[in-house]
Ligand binder design. Structure first.
Ligand code: OXD
Ligand code: MN
Length: 587
């Protein structure tokens, strides 16, 4: 096949001349094509089948053991000026990066098939959607892109009509970590990724396009590309609020996006729009509307069970791809926290031996189409998206951050977002459990200087008339004995309920130096198994610790130099002063 769009045809031809594949294959996106690729990969061992009775149409992929997570230290933003990429990104000049990548791509597809994947991030007919074409030599990438995006002929038609698309070039190369780079060229709207087959490094529509490149475009065009889930909450009275929540990787976005209400709140309904990425646009009526650019989930498997996330547990029982999980004697997939069965083979295919560590890799993943999810709503396909009532930031914090608080206004909310920090997880290569700053949960994903990004956020004040309220949550607060104080999972709906009732001016709160916090009595805790002491701790702050946090936040913001918006520093000072005043009063 070919295309009518000369720019696309020329690019595909030039990539083929450089990479020298044996065959070029244009993906149509049909079910038959998916099945043929699966059969081919079953034949060469890239995939194996799982128990066909209990896990129909489910497959296991074992990646190279050195290729199991995103590689932030090998991920670059290549702008002419280093300042434009900012200290939040690794930077290389476009010329140097092209030189390096050209050498790696030269002849790298010899003996392989080159797949051309036209894809559309967002509903095909939405004016907010953006298209791209990924060229890859990995059929595993093709089938994952099929589940995760709207790809194939329908996307190609749109690309041919629009004439613009993001160019993504990917090769698994020889999986040598010394020859692995993920390069972004925002000014060229292009991405080049070499040497990794892992999701976030290789499925270029996701982090590379829908966050890094899109955030860069969004700044120029007046919208936001964010690392946020989108969930709809329908109250017993039938009012639906849509909430967008930004949490760092592997902090429970997927669980929150498909939450099941606890028994006491059974007449609430929860609708999943997206579990990882939101594109937010101001609309004509002055509201912020969101679409999910993806159409599938690439979620963390360990910990998924009927109690933590029954919707996810059920949705991955058919038509799913598992990457790096363990298997049982019956050839079912197995992972830590599954709660039934036991592992026979670990994620590397070895006989399971606890001395080798966890049976499933802690960052093992499932890929499924969003339509597998029981709480999926076809509003996820609505071209106009959904209006957002609240934006929620959060991280994994043992101490300091309370269960929930509300920012005073938009500008303060931007500070709250910028203050997001979290303990690191297995989703990225590196030490797990260390606190790192992760403003707006975008540290690994913002395609330009964070200081400019905060300015862009602050500018929304002038762009929309009805800005969402901004909140911060922390499900992970612990007591001195290291036990979690909040039960989490479905019970998080109680916090979301407070949030939307605040949006409706119905719920109570007390004003503190850091914003509005619920009193224990402001939360619906009927039937909740929690001590009064735990609830008190969750809804109060230690002003001294918070002041230390604010001081360190101020230093962090200042470290971005002159580009840091004055308004953000002013907000930081306001909170700091209020905390100092509180401490002075108390002493
Ligand atoms: C993801 C991530 O895979 O954030 O969504 O790492
Ligand atoms: Mn993510």
């Amino acid at each position: 096949m070919t295309t009518m769009l000369p720019e696309l045809q020329d690019w595909v031809d030039s990539v083929a001349r450089q990479t020298r594949p044996d065959t070029i294959y244009w993906c149509s996106g049909t079910e038959d094509e998916y099945q043929e690729l699966v059969q081919q990969m079953l034949g060469d061992g890239t995939l194996t089948t799982l128990n066909e009775t209990t896990y129909p149409n489910c497959y296991l992929h074992r990646s190279d053991p050195n290729d199991v997570a995103r590689v932030e230290h090998l991920t670059f933003v290549c702008t002419e000026s280093q300042e434009d990429a900012g200290q939040n990104n690794n930077w290389m000049s476009p010329a140097d990066a092209h030189g390096k990548m050209d050498a790696l791509f030269d002849g790298c597809m010899r003996g392989r098939t080159m797949y051309v994947i036209p894809y559309c991030m967002g509903p095909i007919s939405s004016e907010f959607s953006r298209c791209g074409v990924e060229i890859t030599d990995s059929p595993y990438v093709v089938i994952n892109m099929k589940l995760m995006t709207r790809m194939g002929d329908q996307a190609l038609k749109r690309i041919e009509k629009e004439g613009t698309f993001v160019k993504g070039l990917h090769s698994t190369g020889d999986l040598d970590p010394e020859r692995r780079f993920i390069m972004h060229f925002p000014a060229e709207l292009s991405i080049q990724s070499f040497g990794s087959g892992y999701g976030g490094n290789a499925l270029l529509g996701k982090k590379c396009h829908a966050l890094r490149i899109a955030s860069y475009q969004a700044r120029r065009e007046g919208w936001l590309a964010e690392h946020m889930l989108i969930v709809g909450l329908e109250s017993p009275e039938g009012a639906v609020h849509y909430v967008a929540c930004a949490f760092p990787s592997a902090c429970g976005k997927t669980n929150l996006a498909m939450l099941i209400p606890p028994d006491e709140l059974h007449d609430w309904k929860v609708w999943t729009l997206g579990d990882d990425i939101a594109w937010l646009h101001p609309d004509d009526t002055g509201k912020l509307r969101a679409i999910n650019p993806e159409s599938g989930y690439f979620g963390v498997v360990p910990g998924t069970n009927a109690k933590t996330n029954k919707n996810a547990y059920d949705m991955i029982r058919h038509d799913a791809i598992f990457t790096n999980v363990a298997t049982t004697e019956d050839n079912e997939p197995w992972w830590e926290g599954k709660q039934d069965g036991k592992p026979a083979k670990d994620w590397q295919g070895r006989d399971y031996d606890p001395a080798n560590g966890p049976a499933a890799h802690p960052n093992s993943r499932f890929t499924v189409a969003a339509t597998n999810n029981r709480s999926y709503t076809n509003l996820a396909d609505a071209p106009e998206g959904v209006p957002i009532s609240a934006i929620v930031f959060g991280g994994r914090r043992k101490h300091v951050a309370p269960l929930v608080y509300e920012a005073r206004n938009w500008e303060h909310g931007v500070l709250v977002g910028a203050s997001t920090a979290s303990e690191t997880t297995a989703a990225m290569v590196g030490e797990v459990g260390v606190i790192r700053r992760d403003p707006m949960a975008m540290k690994p994903f913002c395609g330009y200087n964070f200081a400019d990004y905060w300015t862009h956020w602050l500018n929304f004040k002038n762009l929309t008339a009805h800005l969402p309220k901004i909140f911060h949550v922390n499900w992970f607060r612990q007591n001195d004995g290291g036990e979690f104080l909040w039960p989490g999972f479905g019970e998080n709906l109680r916090v979301l309920q407070w949030i939307i009732e605040r949006c409706e001016h119905r719920a109570g709160a007390r004003e503190t130096a850091i914003g509005f916090l619920p009193r224990p009595s402001d939360l619906d805790t009927v039937g909740l198994d929690i001590s009064a002491e735990a609830l008190e701790t969750l809804t109060t702050i230690d002003s001294r610790k918070f002041r230390d946090e604010l001081i360190s936040l101020g230093e962090y913001l200042e470290s971005y130099g002159d580009r840091t918006p004055r308004e953000l520093l002013r907000q930081q000072e306001l909170v700091l002063d209020a905390l100092s005043e509180e401490l002075a009063k108390a002493s």
